[in-house]
Design a protein around this ligand. Structure first.
Ligand SMILES: [Zn+2]
Ligand SMILES: [Zn+2]
Length: 265
């Protein structure tokens, strides 16, 4: 794919990353969908946190999952003019790329998002020491340990993308260093989008440029933790435009009618 820097008009038709009261967000699925519809979106993907997140961040066991699933499905049925997708922001819980979402849950999902977070229960003590302690302490102590943490973070995410059918990697590089080019190459190969997160202000144009050169696609998401913030993607769109992304490189974007990026094919 040829890639060149130029600003292109784009508009988003979906927001695939929001958190409701089912994990540590506020407001109901219905309220999130209501705001998304008011903001002109056609789809909303609710993506509450996987169960390995420390309490009270993750979905609360089997009973919590069932309440969440039913709430998403019912809201989707009850609302005609917006599609409500059932998603999860799963946690990476091992260096081998294991996720905290049981297979039975995964089969029900419309979207699988995965994020590398520190505040999780790892699969084993070794995974805990390599992923959690190494990032939380080691990376701050010496350049060597920092490089080691970066390599292990990248390895865990790459394994994960190779093993599972993941739609979006959320906030890559947030608080935890990764090799962007390597992750982007794997994501491009597997058809997994990298997120441009509109809430966390850590992302730089260089990261997007580097990932785009590897052929990766992107998703621009609000990571809203209350209904009011659903669809608040102005910062993400501005960043994508500055980095020269075209709408067809963003899975939830299209060119504005009349804009330079508009395509009818
Ligand atoms: Zn996250
Ligand atoms: Zn999130």
């Amino acid at each position: 794919m040829s890639w060149q820097r130029r600003e292109v008009e784009m508009e988003l038709f979906a927001d695939y990353h929001t958190h409701t009261h089912h994990s540590h967000g506020r407001d109901s699925v219905e309220e999130h969908a209501h705001v998304a519809r008011k903001k002109g979106l056609e789809e909303i993907g609710v993506a509450d946190h996987g169960p390995a997140s420390w309490w009270p961040v993750g979905l609360r066991g089997e009973a919590g999952w069932h309440r969440y699933r039913q709430d998403c499905r019912k809201t989707d049925q009850d609302t005609d003019d917006i599609r409500v997708l059932l998603g999860i922001e799963a946690n990476v819980v091992s260096l081998k790329g294991d996720l905290d979402v049981p297979d039975a849950w995964r089969q029900e999902l419309d979207m699988l998002l995965v994020g590398l977070h520190l505040e999780v229960w790892p699969k084993t003590w070794r995974d805990g020491s390599e992923l959690v302690i190494n990032n939380a302490l080691g990376a701050k102590l010496s350049p060597r340990l920092r490089r080691r943490a970066r390599n292990l973070n990248t390895k865990a995410l790459v394994e994960c993308v190779c093993r599972h059918d993941i739609d979006i990697i959320t906030h890559p590089g947030l608080k935890l260093e990764i090799d962007t080019a390597e992750l982007a190459r794997t994501c491009a190969h597997r058809g997994t989008a990298l997120e441009i997160n509109s809430s966390h202000q850590y992302l730089q144009e260089e990261y997007i440029t580097l990932a785009a050169k590897e052929g990766a696609c992107f998703a621009i998401s609000s990571d809203a933790h209350c209904a009011r913030d659903v669809g608040a993607n102005e910062k993400g769109v501005a960043l994508a435009r500055r980095a020269g992304l075209r709408p067809e490189q963003v899975i939830n974007a299209r060119g504005k009618r009349g804009g330079r990026g508009w395509r009818t094919d």
